[in-house]
Design a protein. Structure first.
Length: 272
């Protein structure tokens, strides 16, 4: 039996990448999973987003751990759709919700028309997720833990003067404000709220022609080199590295950790 046995986790952006890694890690520790992803393309995003086939692969990996998983194709920009998924998932998994990982996000960094989409997905989508999910968490009365996926771009001025890039940094900084407000508000209910701040992670969001080209150009402009200047000699982390940090944050080992911005970044922020 894992440490999270009997608990239920709601994860957005769960079809692939970091979201999939979170789902598999938490499931391997005993949690049942409510997985949400758009599984469709957003016009301003110049690389392929997750598909229904990606979500099916996540389902298989979670089920292989012995955990239950329910999936919902929904847009985090649509508050009612997020609310419907949470309501349906918690009812089917025993009327409880212990863990929320607001992970869904896009990175249209060089897209001049992407400001509104990246703000809507990466900031409003996180707000929708936490504001909808906290209500059943409070009602069920089991306490819990909420983790918001930000970025090193939410702690330092990483980016370029293009709408998609500036919007990404603005949204990831905004997540910190959301986290701190809810950490204070939800503490009375024994619900902890923290944010994680990864450097580049080896996922389809990074490992695509568009993003590789943007990162390479940005690194040359800033003199950081192709690894974006991480302190440790690694150019990209693995999704499981972030999932391990999220697991620690939601576990009892971090039971008194709340309101924290946790870099998982190979020393990127510290080097700045």
């Amino acid at each position: 039996m894992g440490e999270l046995s009997g608990k239920v986790a709601f994860i957005t952006g769960a079809a692939r990448g970091q979201g999939r890694a979170h789902a598999v890690k938490l499931a391997s520790e005993g949690a049942d999973i409510i997985a949400l992803d758009l599984c469709a393309q957003i016009e301003s995003v110049p690389y392929p987003l997750a598909t229904a086939e990606d979500m099916a692969a996540t389902v298989k990996l979670v089920e292989d751990t012995g955990a239950r998983i329910l999936t919902y194709e929904a847009d985090v920009r649509d508050r009612d759709a997020v609310k419907s998924a949470v309501r349906d998932g918690t009812e089917k998994l025993g009327n409880r919700l212990d863990i929320v990982v607001a992970n869904a996000g896009i990175a249209p960094m060089a897209a001049a028309e992407a400001w509104q989409d990246v703000i809507d997905v990466n900031l409003t989508g996180v707000y929708n997720t936490i504001d909808v999910a906290m209500k059943p968490m409070v009602k069920f009365g089991n306490g819990g833990s909420i983790v918001l996926t930000s970025s090193v771009a939410g702690l330092v001025g990483l980016g370029a003067p293009v709408a998609g890039s500036v919007g990404y940094a603005a949204a990831k900084h905004g997540i910190v404000g959301i986290m701190r407000v809810y950490a204070n508000f939800l503490a009375q209910y024994s619900i902890r709220v923290n944010s994680v701040h990864p450097a580049a992670v080896n996922t389809p969001m990074i490992d695509n022609e568009f993003t590789r080209s943007w990162l390479s150009g940005l690194a040359q402009e800033t003199g950081g080199g192709p690894d974006m200047g991480n302190a440790l000699p690694v150019s990209a982390l693995e999704p499981e590295d972030i999932a391990n940090a999220v697991y620690w944050l939601v576990s009892d080992s971090a039971r008194y950790v709340t309101g924290v911005t946790l870099p998982v970044d190979a020393g990127y922020v510290n080097k700045r």
